[in-house]
Write a protein that binds this ligand. Structure first.
Ligand code: HEM
Length: 355
């Protein structure tokens, strides 16, 4: 879209009728006349006269002549470039598959009539060829990725594993939840280790997700064609924070209770969906039907809130996060692998080429 048409190179603006036009010499009255002709839509070489007053004004104002011609030529060039871009943009909307938005979300199909293209279609398909056929050696260096995406995924696996084990000892009820935690900490063999592995991995996952996002920003990896994967990443970040938040309430201790009280009180102020948020009351939101009520399963942090947190924490959010992670990884393949710096030749390889 931002490509320049070859016939519109610097200093070669196209005339209104599409014929190439020579750059005008500001000191040559004929040159100025031809420019004015072009500006008023009269094709070069046409016998149609340029309006007399226009020519008169241009020829009498000697001092401002050069700058006027410059200004007209520059404005005209910009106008044409703008028009051209608008036309190209409008053309792509006729075929949505040609838009950058489409290309950033969906895979570009290969022409299957040619054997080379057919093998490319298989090699680049993540389902038909799990490992990429080729990777940029420098893109997988820890110095580039910091390994943060991989560590985040590893922590997610640790959390899933330890979380399932914790489920054997935990009941999401007001009577038992806190007792189960005490039992785990003091009586279950390796219970304290299990609980702390889950807790620390959760804290670490929040930190590594941020660091991963930070590295993606620093390396500019959010840019084309990875815009869609950046958006998938933003959803993953929100899901990671929600996992952390819902897990907080589960021990049913003072820390979790008050954290969830504060967090869900903030939900009251959600625009349109919160009873105290902008446009909420106008749309019929009350403390008994707004988003906070939905999150807690009631108007106070109590047994229903504990059960809802448990279900979201153990089933809902991990399931959605797993789907988004699969899409995230698939997109890395589809976007041509990890972005990476330009490939560098090893010294050994240089010697080999010299021989
Ligand atoms: C659960 C959270 C996440 C996991 C498990 C995850 C995993 C990964 C992995 C393994 C990679 C390969 C390269 C690397 O390790 O750096 C990657 C790349 C990428 N991630 Fe994530 N990620 C997560 C969250 C995010 C977030 C929050 C963002 C940004 C908002 C993001 C944006 C990206 C982008 C744009 C790439 C491609 C980078 C490139 O090609 O250089 N990810 N992710």
């Amino acid at each position: 879209m931002d490509s320049e048409r070859p016939d519109e190179k610097e200093g070669q603006p196209k005339a209104g009728n599409g014929a190439p036009q020579k750059p005008a010499d500001p000191n040559d009255p004929e040159g100025i006349k031809s420019l004015l002709r072009a500006a008023s839509g009269v094709p070069a070489g046409s016998r149609k006269a340029v309006p007399a007053e226009t020519t008169a004004a241009a020829t009498t104002e000697e001092g401002g002549r050069a700058s006027t011609a410059d200004f007209i030529s520059k404005t005209r060039k910009q106008g044409l470039a703008l028009k051209d871009r608008a036309i190209q943009e409008a053309e792509t909307y006729k075929d949505p598959q040609q838009t950058q938005l489409w290309k950033s979300i969906f895979r570009v199909s290969h022409d299957r009539s040619d054997p080379r293209n057919r093998s490319l279609a298989i090699l680049s398909n993540v389902f038909l060829h799990l490992h990429p056929a080729k990777i940029n050696r420098d893109a997988v260096r820890y110095g580039f990725t910091w390994g943060m995406g991989g560590i985040t995924f590893y922590l997610f696996i640790v959390l899933t594993f330890t979380g399932v084990l914790l489920m054997f000892y935990y009941h999401p009820t007001k009577v038992q939840a806190f007792r189960d935690i005490l039992y785990l900490e003091h009586d279950v063999p390796f219970g304290k280790l299990l609980r702390n592995m889950h807790r620390w991995a959760a804290h670490l996952m929040v930190i590594t997700t941020w660091l991963h996002m930070f590295r993606v920003v620093l390396t500019g990896s959010y840019k084309r064609p990875r815009e869609f994967n950046w958006c998938v990443g933003v959803v993953l970040l929100v899901l990671t924070l929600l996992l952390s938040f819902t897990g907080y309430l589960l021990p049913d201790d003072q820390l979790g209770f008050w954290a969830v009280t504060v967090g869900t009180n903030m939900a009251r102020a959600t625009p349109m969906f919160g009873s105290e948020g902008p446009f909420g009351p106008q749309l019929g939101m009350t403390p008994y039907n707004d988003v906070r009520f939905g999150l807690l399963g009631g108007s106070i942090v109590d047994a229903n809130a504990l059960l809802r947190s448990y279900i979201w924490h153990c089933i809902g959010i991990p399931l959605v996060a797993s789907i988004f992670m699969a899409v995230h990884f698939w997109r890395i393949r589809k976007d041509g692998g990890i972005s990476g710096p330009a490939p560098v030749m090893l010294e050994a390889e240089m010697k080999a080429t010299k021989k």
